[in-house]
Each structure stands twice: as structure tokens, then as C-alpha cells.
Design a protein around this ligand. Structure first.
Ligand code: ZN
Ligand code: ZN
Length: 344
């Protein structure tokens, strides 16, 4: 079968290669992939970021955001059955470590991912543990369900700490998850949603998803602008998605005293932090890693099912799997939000 794999330990270094589909072993399922999203993590693999280079063995089929149908199950699989429509949670957690045993599987110390540690879903068929299958409560378009994994991060980020209800919220970085967070913050009742991104395409998308104010950090003093739209106080919630030092300090300095700082974006390199700002501003800091299993999924489902959140516009391109390298080029050139790959 056709797959898109990371084949070479260089920037780029991806290729369409032929690989035999696997058979599900004990506790595993085989999913027929109907749609799969290219995400920021895939771009880190594409760019061969050091933390990926340390971790991955090549070649590995990429992709961890997907929706499809269960087509075979291995021994001992009981929770899902052949024919179930599912989306994938991307964290394969061990189930035995301290975090897993204390209801924090999203922080599992032994987490593995499809598309990084095992072959992923940029293929017609993928074999994964039954554990990460989330069964769709009713039939829904796979092109939407393939984005539930990143939507779950947005839901986790918007719901953490004091949530968003009746609070002014700043979303720094409007890639796909930041854009979804704009929609989720709006749906959760944020009083004002400020979206910050240097790219016009993303600011326009943020406006379409319900942002009240769109700001370009290249020509705007973000903390000053955030105070302008909050009667001089600053925002109660800053959610940082960009992973950049400038984004980190803009998000931090836009906060009112004692506000929530929620960190999602992973910086590729160490970032200097001015603790004197923290002492002055007294933020409550949350690290948002993945989704709470399955709490974030339950919440994202109710936001989707009630129509409160519609993320279809985030999928800017539907590409056949054979055109997958173009999806990476589109993101690199800033011409795509989230391209979805559709296996032929
Ligand atoms: Zn992802
Ligand atoms: Zn664990």
C-alpha cells in the first residue's frame, strides 16, 4: 500500500513508499484510514527537529491524526468491533505508570505515538492499540472526525483553570489548534476573543471562527492592544500556541494580574523567561499536553454535536495521499491551514 514516510534524516526527507499493511496483534486493531491531518508535529518531523531526530527510527510512516473504520481486531480486543467508525487519540499510554494510575494518562511517562514511535496513519491502513480508538457516537464526516485529536487539545486548553466563560481570552498563534481554540473559547462563553498571528490568512480564518479582535504581532504592541480592548486591565486568559519567545512574552504580558497563562506551543529551543514579570503579574501557569483521556473527547463531542463548534473551515485542503508532499509544501509556504490527506 502507498504510505507517506519519513525516510531520510534531513530537512524534508519524506517520500511516498510502498509498505505491506500490518496485521493486528493481541490488543490491536487495524483501521482503514478515511482521512488524516497534517499537523505541527509532522512539520517538526519534516524539519527534523532535534527531539524528533533523537527519537525516530527511519523509515517510519508518518501521521497521528486520523479517522476511519475498524477493519480487523486482534486477540483480546473487546471495546471496539469491526465496522466501528473511530478517531484516534494519539497518545499510546502505558496504563501502568504513576500518572496513568492516577487518572493523568495524558502525562504518561512512557507515551508513544503513531507516526513517531510506530508506523502512523498516512496510509490506507494503520495498526494501533485498541486503547486509542474513540468510537464515533453517530456517523459523522471523517474529514471532521480526523480533526478531533487537535480539537481535543483546544478543548483541554480552553477548559483548564478558570475556563473561558465571561472572560477576555487571548489566543496567541492561530495555526490549526489556535484557530480551533478561537472557536472553542467563543463556544465556552468567552467575553472577548483576541486572536494574534502574523499571517493574514490565519487572522482571516480566526475572524471567521468568531474572534472579536485580530492582531498582527509584527505591527502591533500586543500587550498594549490587549489592554486597549479590556478597559486597561489586560486579559484574564492567555493561551500560547506559537512556541516562539516573542509569543511567550506577548501572551504573558497581555495578562491582567493573577490571570491564567496556558502554554500549549512547544518551543524547539530553550526560551529565556523573565521571572520578575511572573512575580509582578502572579499568573497561574498551566501546561497543556494533549487531551485528557477521555474527558477532553467527551467535551469536544458535546461542542461538536450541539453545533456550538464548527471546525470544517480549518481543513483548508483535501489532498489525495499520493499528493501528500504538496501538503507539507503548502504549510511551509503559509498557504494552508490544515491539509487533510485522503488515502485512495
Ligand atoms: Zn497533531
Ligand atoms: Zn503511563
Amino acid at each position: 500500500m502507498l504510505t507517506l514516510a519519513k525516510t531520510e534524516a534531513i530537512e524534508g526527507g519524506i517520500a511516498l513508499i510502498d509498505k505491506a499493511p500490518g496485521e493486528p496483534g493481541p490488543g490491536e486493531i487495524s483501521m482503514r484510514v478515511e482521512a488524516a491531518g497534517i499537523c505541527g508535529t509532522d512539520m517538526q518531523i519534516y524539519k527534523w527537529a532535534p527531539r524528533m531526530a533523537r527519537r525516530m527510527k527511519l523509515p517510519t510512516v508518518m501521521g497521528h491524526e486520523a479517522s476511519g473504520v475498524v477493519e480487523a481486531i486482534g486477540a483480546g480486543v473487546t471495546r471496539v468491533k469491526v465496522g466501528d467508525a473511530i478517531s484516534l487519540e494519539s497518545h499510546i499510554y502505558c496504563g501502568a505508570c504513576h500518572q496513568c494510575l492516577t487518572d493523568r494518562a495524558h502525562l504518561c511517562a512512557e507515551t508513544r505515538y503513531p507516526g513517531i514511535d510506530i508506523d502512523g496513519c498516512f496510509a490506507r491502513h494503520v495498526v494501533v492499540p485498541e486503547q486509542i480508538a474513540w468510537v464515533h457516537p453517530r456517523p459523522i464526516p471523517h474529514t471532521v472526525a480526523a480533526m478531533f485529536e487537535p480539537l481535543g487539545i483546544a478543548v483541554h486548553a480552553c477548559g483548564e483553570g478558570r475556563g473561558c466563560k465571561d472572560l477576555p481570552v487571548l489566543i496567541n498563534g492561530c495555526g490549526p489548534i489556535g484557530l480551533m481554540a478561537v472557536a472553542v473559547a467563543r463556544a465556552m462563553g468567552a467575553s472577548t476573543v483576541i486572536a494574534v498571528d502574523p499571517m493574514a490568512l490565519r487572522r482571516k480564518a480566526a475572524a471567521d471562527l468568531g474572534a472579536d479582535v485580530m492582531l498582527d504581532p509584527n505591527d502591533t504592541d500586543i500587550p498594549a492592544a490587549a489592554r486597549d480592548v479590556t478597559s486597561g486591565r489586560g486579559v484574564e486568559v492567555s493561551i500560547e500556541f506559537s512556541g516562539t519567545p516573542a509569543g511567550f512574552s506577548n501572551a504573558m504580558e497581555s495578562l491582567t494580574k493573577g490571570g491564567d497563562f496556558r502554554l500549549v506551543g512547544a518551543p524547539p529551543h530553550p526560551v529565556e523567561i523573565d521571572l520578575t514579570v511572573w512575580l509582578r503579574q502572579c499568573p497561574t501557569v498551566y501546561n497543556i499536553h494533549g487531551r485528557r483521556v477521555w474527558d477532553s473527547w467527551d467535551k469536544l463531542w458535546s461542542l461538536f454535536d450541539t453545533g456550538a463548534v464548527d471546525i470544517r473551515s480549518v481543513a483548508s485542503h483535501h489532498l489525495p495521499l499520493s499528493d501528500a508532499p504538496r501538503g507539507f509544501e503548502l504549510i511551509k509556504r503559509g498557504e494552508a491551514l490544515k491539509p487533510l490527506l485522503i488515502p485512495e
